[in-house]
Structure formats: structure tokens, C-alpha cells
Design a protein around this ligand. Structure first.
Ligand SMILES: CC(C)(COP(=O)(O)OP(=O)(O)OC[C@H]1O[C@@H](n2cnc3c(N)ncnc32)[C@H](O)[C@@H]1OP(=O)(O)O)[C@@H](O)C(=O)NCCC(=O)NCCS
Length: 318
């Protein structure tokens, strides 16, 4: 289209008022809840603090902003597109704007060593599933097929009685800090490669290791709740818990194949949840691909309830 241009810039170079107003005027998905552009601005600033954007892609026509997306780099080779983006000006050339932006994103990825981009649609519900379907088509046609249909599950702890389960003799739960890095990674890898988690299975080994390291070395990791399950000296299970506002989030959880089906994951998870409650945490959360039936059933069995749905599309150079 005539005069349609793409600009790639840094967060600091943005006119945040202009972008917030643009997003508010063309809002979809989670932005629907914003009552004004100031609300959008607060949301963007908050997201920027938690997941700093490495590059911003802005489409404009005759000098007027008509499309926007922010990309943050999770690790050397994995990046994430901000939730429910691109935001595109409602017009008859939406698809053209999206294609220009996503092409710019992919060119940038190839240039800077990104091999995987995850695009998230959080809080998908019957109120916004038509909007999701529309964005999904754009993503699919630009090389981002749907990968996961996740449930974000929560357990409110204040009024909850947490079942007590003992760990069989010979097994112990120890702090994550005490674990040897390579034993831990080996246990993590073996657990997930024999599981049903599509995110893990879709990645190459470099991407898997980077995601593991990111979680393990996160400055928000809760060392009190993060733990390993050991059989003697051997690590057989793990839980990585990250602290968020008023919530502890179980980020990685698993157990070696040979130890499954004996109630051990349930006992370990109950231990984590009980320790969180004792520490005064109001809520524990966990995200799971609903196709991962063993994990999904485990979390329901332990007492987690589905709070919302998050759909993930990925572009993967592998
Ligand atoms: C998910 C996982 C941790 C379950 O471990 P486990 O030790 O076999 O689970 P438990 O024996 O403690 O089972 C507890 C409950 O979970 C559910 N569950 C476990 N495995 C199941 C399976 N294969 N099918 C259906 N439900 C299952 C059941 O409700 C079970 O209770 P029940 O035995 O009374 O029916 C394990 O399969 C795993 O590590 N998977 C790979 C890594 C992974 O996907 N992690 C989760 C990412 S979100």
C-alpha cells in the first residue's frame, strides 16, 4: 500500500502517549479491560518493567501510526511478542499492515540470532475468541502455527485445607540450591523429553537449555519453595517456583519417567503448596498445556482450578 512504512526502534524512543492512545483506540483482547489510554500506558510500563522490549516495530501511513508490536528477548535465541499484538488500526488494510510488521519482526530475528518467537494470547474467552481467531489467521499465514492451548490454573490458599502426604522412605525433598547443576538439568531433560509438554518438545536443545537457565537463574526464584525430590543422591524430580505479586508461580515441575504413577509428583507438589501456605502466600499458580493430560489431571487432583486460557503460537526456525 502507498506510503505504508515500517520503523524499528527502542522503547526509549517511543512516544508512549501516542502509542497508548493508538492501542486504546484499536484495542483487542486483554486491552479491552482498559478504561482509557492512561490505563493502557500503565499496563505497557508495567509490562516493560517485567519483560523489557528489545525492539519495537511500528507501521505508519502518511506519518500516522497504524500498527504496533513489541518484541522481548527471553534468551539468546528465544523471543516473545507482546500479548495480543500486533495491534492494528481498524481498516480495510489490516492484513497488509500485519504482514509488513511480522515480516519486519522475522527479518530482525534472522539478523540477530533469534530462532524462536512465541506469541501469546492470554485470557482467551468466549468474549474475545473471534478476535483471537482473526489474529490467529494472520499469525498462521506468517509462519506462526498454533502450538499450545494452555490453562492458567490457580489455588487460593487462605481458606484451603492442604492434604498431607508423606514421602516414602529413602526419598527426600531438598532445596534447589543444594542441587548439582548438571544432575538437575539431566533430570529436567529426561522428565520433559518423555512427557507431553508441546513447548518443550517443539524446541531444539539450545532453546531448551536457555529456557531452563532463565527459570533457574531468575532473580524472582523462590529458593524456599523451589526444591528437588531425591532418591538417595539421585535427583528424580524438581519444582522451580517464581515469586510474583501476591502469587507464587510453579514454573517448572516434573519427575523422571521411572518414578511416575506412584503418587510422588502429587506428594512433592502438595509439599510445595503447603510450604507456600505456611509462608503466608495467598495464591499458587501454574500453567499447563491442556493436552498434557498427566500434568493437567495432577494439578486438578491437587486442588488447582482453571482460571483462564492462554493460546500460544510459535515461529521456529528449526
Ligand atoms: C505430570 C507428572 C509430573 C506426573 O507425575 P506422576 O508422579 O506420575 O504423578 P502422580 O503419580 O503423583 O499422580 C497424581 C495424579 O496425577 C494424575 N495423573 C498422573 N499421571 C497421569 C496419567 N498418565 N494420566 C492421567 N492422570 C494422571 C492423576 O490424577 C493422579 O492421581 P491418581 O493416581 O489418584 O489417579 C509427570 O508425568 C511428568 O513429569 N511429566 C513430564 C514433565 C511435565 O510435563 N511437567 C509438567 C509441565 S506443566
Amino acid at each position: 500500500m502507498e506510503n505504508l512504512k515500517l520503523l524499528v526502534c527502542k522503547w526509549d524512543e517511543l512516544d508512549l502517549d501516542e502509542v497508548s492512545e493508538f492501542i486504546y483506540d484499536n484495542r483487542v483482547g486483554i486491552y479491552k479491560g482498559a478504561s482509557d489510554s492512561e490505563g493502557v500506558k500503565r499496563h505497557l510500563s508495567n509490562i516493560q518493567e517485567r519483560f523489557p522490549a528489545e525492539a519495537i516495530f511500528m507501521a505508519s501511513r502518511k506519518g500516522e501510526l497504524c500498527g504496533w508490536v513489541a518484541l522481548d528477548r527471553e534468551s539468546e535465541s528465544v523471543a516473545e511478542l507482546g500479548r495480543w499484538q500486533p495491534i492494528v488500526k481498524k481498516s480495510d488494510s489490516e492484513e497488509e499492515i500485519v504482514n509488513l510488521i511480522l515480516k519486519g519482526v522475522l527479518d530482525y530475528a534472522v539478523r540477530t540470532g533469534i530462532t524462536r518467537i512465541e506469541s501469546m494470547f492470554s485470557e482467551v474467552s468466549k468474549d474475545n475468541d473471534k478476535e483471537y481467531e482473526k489474529s490467529a489467521k494472520w499469525f498462521i499465514s506468517n509462519g506462526f502455527p498454533k502450538l499450545e492451548d494452555n490453562a492458567y490454573m490457580t489455588m487460593q490458599l487462605e481458606s484451603k485445607d492442604i492434604e498431607s502426604r508423606s514421602i516414602p522412605d529413602g526419598l527426600t525433598i531438598e532445596s534447589l540450591e543444594s542441587a548439582d547443576y548438571s544432575d538437575l538439568y539431566e533430570c529436567y531433560y529426561e522428565s520433559f523429553v518423555t512427557g507431553e509438554d508441546r513447548d518443550f518438545l517443539d524446541m531444539n536443545d539450545k532453546q531448551r537449555k536457555e529456557k531452563f537457565d532463565k527459570s533457574l537463574h531468575s532473580h524472582t526464584i523462590n529458593q524456599h519453595l523451589s526444591s528437588v525430590l531425591k532418591d538417595g543422591e539421585k535427583i528424580v524430580g524438581f519444582s522451580f517456583v517464581l515469586s510474583r505479586d501476591n502469587e507464587e508461580h510453579v514454573d517448572r515441575f516434573g519427575i523422571r519417567k521411572a518414578y511416575r504413577g506412584k503418587g510422588l509428583a502429587k506428594a512433592h507438589l502438595l509439599h510445595v503448596v503447603r510450604s507456600a501456605k505456611e509462608a503466608g502466600t495467598p495464591m499458587v499458580s501454574i500453567g499447563v498445556d491442556t493436552i498434557n493430560s498427566s500434568a493437567f489431571n495432577l494439578y486438578k487432583n491437587v486442588g488447582f482450578e482453571v482460571d483462564s486460557r492462554m493460546i500460544v503460537h510459535t515461529w521456529n526456525l528449526n
